[in-house]
Write a protein that binds this ligand. Structure first.
Ligand SMILES: C[S@@+](CC[C@H](N)C(=O)[O-])C[C@H]1O[C@@H](n2cnc3c(N)ncnc32)[C@H](O)[C@@H]1O
Ligand code: SF4
Length: 542
């Protein structure tokens, strides 16, 4: 390729043609050239002699623009050299429609052959959780649609687009719903989708009447906070027409919450056998379940039933939430990724809650299975570090967790990663230390920390802390917030710590009997000791 650029200092050159099959690698190549600031004369040179077409503009060009914005490089520092004779017109559209930066790339069209390929099966790079995209979706709504989504007290989009399936076969519109709207051990997901319970829920929501199962969201909103309902109405606003049309929508799943298998390698103190197969032995030994209870729980009318039903819906689905047991050791989840790869569905949103202890299955790395997927979000269930982590989440090898995160930063810096820290009476004092330590080790940015306040079992909740401990927690959290607030751009991490302080206003008396009767038998079973790991609890009443 012969071109004649002004005397720029080129910091790196990327040939777009080499990335036509893999937009994740294009992202990584551009990310490598990222600098917090460029000298006025510095430029990144990007060349292209081919593109894919569905509409009037190239899909690689569109992806490139989205990636440059995503990596947060100003268009000003991009020199785009192409043999595409129509580039001026195409780029004008791409800049107007997809760029968050009004300044254009510096474009040069040069002589040479340009190949136009069919893009019918190509999905351009798109960050689904991109705020600008969401704002765009919302901008185009009618007043009536906005009223339903944002002003109604009871309307939620999820019953029109989503199903959540638990290990006992219980099906609901989402994971926050209290109760079931069907039983996947008996009925197909389609029959459940169409049943009268779900139709009634949808009708009540359209009429803005309260729905019994939606108590959790109502409760959170009553505290002046957002809820799964409010966030889903924003995230999925583009589906509002489905809800407007009918309370018997076509069975086209857009979002699936997959909890239907309890296979897990850990037995976390906060968890139970219904979510973790590794809880079976300790639960039997401590009399929590009968030993005749099966170790492995998997919903569905047969071993492969739910996988088969989800498989059938893969073309419709925009988002899958893999939540366990432990999603990274469940073979079905890898099979789903492979099928999505075969269908070129790299744009699908993959959301995980994972314990971060296993990054491969049967010798296959999860990074291999994730290759090419552009929208991956990881909520890492980590609540403490070092030996404390193994106490809370029995079976954790802490060094492996840290290695996994380091590998993720190295191989997939584009993954939207945050810690989902379940905060209880046991780890409350330690949580700020853990947060700060991960920030100082460069494993997360300060804002990548989400606090999930434990609600069940009640004897383990942070607001049962005795007064002296509450004072310690509040003092420590306030100090931590002084450090955190200036670093926490969107206030997400700060809101978690503030939420715990708020929760302490609603004190429930510490129940020593319930607490120690649950802790000590398990300590004995695991040959562990709470106070060795969390010495700050030494004065808890016995
Ligand atoms: C059941 S786990 C399954 C996915 C995966 N194994 C993990 O731990 O992330 C899903 C999420 O529920 C959280 N969790 C488990 N028991 C909980 C409880 N009693 N209260 C609140 N969250 C809980 C976990 O920390 C995790 O973030
Ligand atoms: S890793 Fe997840 S599913 Fe497994 S025991 Fe812990 S919380 Fe439960």
């Amino acid at each position: 390729m012969v071109y004649n650029l002004p005397a720029y200092d080129i910091v790196g050159t990327i040939n777009c043609d080499e990335y036509k099959d893999n937009f994740v690698d294009l992202y990584l190549a551009i990310k490598k050239l990222y600098q917090p600031a460029y000298e006025p004369n510095q430029r990144i040179l990007i060349t292209s002699t081919l593109d894919f077409y569905k509409e009037s503009h190239g899909l690689i060009l569109q992806s490139l623009q989205t990636i440059v914005n995503n990596v947060d490089i100003s268009n000003y520092f991009i020199c785009f050299v192409t043999t595409n004779k129509n580039i001026e017109q195409e780029y004008a559209y791409v800049l107007d429609t997809y760029s968050t930066d009004p300044v254009p790339f510096n474009i040069q069209c040069i002589d040479g052959e340009f190949t136009r390929l069919s893009g019918s099966s190509i999905r351009p790079y798109r960050k689904i959780n991109d705020l600008d995209q969401r704002n765009n979706d919302i901008k185009d709504l009618t007043k009536k649609q906005k009223d339903l989504l944002f002003n109604s007290k009871n309307f939620c989009i999820l019953p029109w687009i989503s199903l959540s399936i638990a290990t006992d076969g219980g099906v609901a519109p989402c994971c926050s719903y209290r109760g079931d709207t069907g039983d996947a051990s008996k009925d197909s997901l389609k029959d459940i989708w169409d049943n009268s319970v779900n139709q009634d829920i949808r009708q009540r929501m359209i009429d803005d009447l309260p729905v019994d199962g939606c108590k959790q969201c109502v409760f959170e909103e009553s505290l002046g906070k957002g809820s799964l309902r409010t966030s889903s109405n924003t995230t999925f606003s583009k589906y509002i027409q489905i809800a407007e049309k009918s309370t018997t929508p076509d069975y086209n799943l857009k979002y699936v919450d997959s909890y239907y298998n309890n296979l897990c390698n850990l037995s976390c103190r906060i968890c139970s056998h219904s979510s973790s197969s590794s809880w079976h032995a300790p639960a039997v030994a401590t009399g929590k379940i009968d030993k005749s209870t099966p170790v492995f729980l998997k919903a569905g009318r047969s071993d492969t039933d739910l996988y088969d039903q989800i498989f059938e819906q893969l073309d419709n689905i925009d988002r899958i939430y893999f939540a366990g047991g432990e999603p990274l050791i469940i073979n079905d989840n890898y099979k789903i990724l492979d099928e999505l790869s075969d269908r070129g569905r790299y744009d699908i949103e993959l959301i995980y809650n994972t314990n971060m202890t296993q990054n491969q299955l049967k010798g296959r790395s999860i990074f291999d299975a994730w290759k090419n997927f552009t929208n991956i979000t990881i909520g890492a269930s980590l609540d403490a570090e070092g030996a404390r982590a193994n106490y809370l989440r029995t079976g954790t090898v802490w060094e492996k967790v840290v290695e996994f995160r380091q590998e993720m930063i190295r191989l997939r810096p584009d993954i939207d990663f945050f810690i989902s820290c379940t905060t209880s009476l046991i780890n409350a004092v330690h949580v700020p230390d853990f947060h700060r330590s991960w920030v100082e080790q460069g494993l997360i940015q300060p804002e990548q920390f989400n606090i999930n306040a434990l609600n069940q079992p009640s004897w383990l909740c942070v607001n049962t802390a005795p007064e002296y401990l509450q004072e310690q927690i509040v003092e420590k959290y306030q100090l931590h917030l002084e450090w955190l607030r200036p670093l926490d751009r969107h206030g997400r991490a700060s809101a978690g710590f503030e939420g715990i302080i708020e929760r302490l206003n609603n004190t429930v008396k510490f129940d020593p009997q319930a607490f120690w009767n649950n802790i000590l038998p398990l300590d004995k079973y695991y040959n562990a000791n709470l106070l060795d790991n969390f010495p700050e609890l030494v004065d808890l009443p016995q």
